[in-house]
Design a binder for this molecule. Structure first.
Ligand code: NAP
Ligand code: ZN
Length: 348
């Protein structure tokens, strides 16, 4: 089946309309008409070749929502017409230690939604900037939000789960002080989720203009990280900091804000490495710097249900496919409140 998509033929070329093939629906497959797809900073890193190994043409997009168009003969949990989502994972080995416990995101054989090897043409996966996608039922998520919120649900499939998972893993909740660094797509979801979990939330931003916005998102306090005095006031006080920044920066300025046994979980994935942190800052208070990658399929469903229950969606700017290139430039400037979402009907 040939469908319309938007992608790039090279890292230094803009994205443009192209046609791609989707496999015929197999027994365990769900075929989805994509309604909306979020624009993640990872899409930009990948399609511009900032991360190694991009295959071209590259069709990004892993914040996918839409309706089931058809199901394979062995699929019983989904029916045509159901509202569903696809995140960053479209396959995994299904039998390793990680898959067995629903942590497919840490399976060595995980197949990402774009730019990962697959038996389907053209030999690597193509993402959600497209009209349709065909995915094994195991990786299909159910959406329980009202349909009119569908576009704003899309970013939950990556930005939502990538912040939800470390917040849960490191125990964000009442009595815990949680920092969220960077108020972009991931960060704004991190603020909403940590607030809904009952933590005391402090947002860190480089943009003075986002101070008031962070409060509206649910931050109890906001710190402009360039301001040394403001930073000092929070020294040795955090249980957990989730760092979403998409560029290399000084990690020590945040490590020193952790209290004893505190953890900073890095989720931002810059293309160049951070300078080595000062080990003494870790040793002297038994602090940790950790990493976290998206979340497994069961936890992603749990996150979607938590968001439906608490009325949480992303703050979005809806765009047509012909605005994708412009949206990348604006994302690089931090000029988005707080996630661009593509209306996939404009791919026609
Ligand atoms: P985004 O919307 O561009 O947000 C990143 C935010 O970081 C910006 O809004 C800005 O916030 C801050 N920032 C950017 N450049 C900065 C700099 N040089 N110094 C300090 N702060 C800076 O990006 P996103 O979609 O949230 O993604 C963030 C990162 O997470 C990307 O690297 C992406 O690839 C990665 N990611 C990782 C995973 C995972 O599984 N670990 C999943 C998805 C995405 P302020 O204006 O508030 O400072
Ligand atoms: Zn993403």
């Amino acid at each position: 089946m040939t469908v319309k998509a938007y992608g790039a033929y090279a890292g230094d070329k803009p994205l443009e309309p192209l046609n791609i093939d989707r496999r015929t629906t197999q027994a365990h497959d769900v075929q989805i008409d994509i309604a909306y797809c979020g624009v993640c900073h990872s899409d930009l890193h990948q399609v511009r070749g900032e991360w190694a190994g991009t295959q071209f043409p590259c069709v990004p997009g892993h914040e996918i929502v839409g309706r089931v168009a058809a199901v394979g003969s062995h699929v019983s949990d989904f029916r045509p017409g159901d509202l569903v989502g696809i995140g960053c994972i479209v396959d995994s080995c299904k039998h390793c230690e990680e898959c067995d416990v629903g942590l497919e995101n840490y399976c060595d054989g995980m197949t990402g939604t774009y730019n990962f090897p697959t038996a389907d043409a053209p030999g690597y996966t193509l993402g959600g900037y497209s009209q349709q996608i065909v995915v094994h039922e195991r990786y299909v998520l159910r959406i329980r939000h009202p349909e009119e919120q569908l576009a704003a649900v899309a970013p939950l499939l990556c930005a939502g789960i990538t912040t939800y998972s470390p917040l849960r893993h490191w125990g964000a909740g009442p009595g815990k002080k949680v920092g969220i660094v960077g108020i972009g797509g991931l960060g704004h979801m991190g603020i909403k989720l940590a607030h809904a979990m009952g933590a005391h939330v402090v947002a860190f931003t480089t943009s003075e203009s986002k101070r008031e916005a962070a409060r509206l998102l649910g931050a109890d306090e906001t710190v402009v990280s360039h301001n040394a005095e403001e930073m000092k006031a929070h020294a040795k006080s955090f249980d957990l900091i989730i760092n979403t920044v998409a560029a290399a920066h000084d990690l020590d300025m945040f490590v020193t804000l952790l209290k004893r046994d505190g953890t900073m979980a890095l989720v931002g994935a810059p293309s160049s490495p951070h300078a080595s942190p000062n080990v003494m800052n870790l040793i002297t208070k038994r602090r940790s710097i950790a990493g976290s990658m998206i979340g497994g399929i069961p936890e992603t469903q749990q996150m979607l249900d938590f968001c439906a229950e608490h009325g949480i969606v992303s703050d979005i700017e809806l765009i047509g496919a012909d605005q994708i290139n412009e949206s990348y430039e604006r994302m690089l400037k931090g000029d988005v409140k707080y996630r661009f979402v593509i209306d996939n009907s404009t791919l026609n």
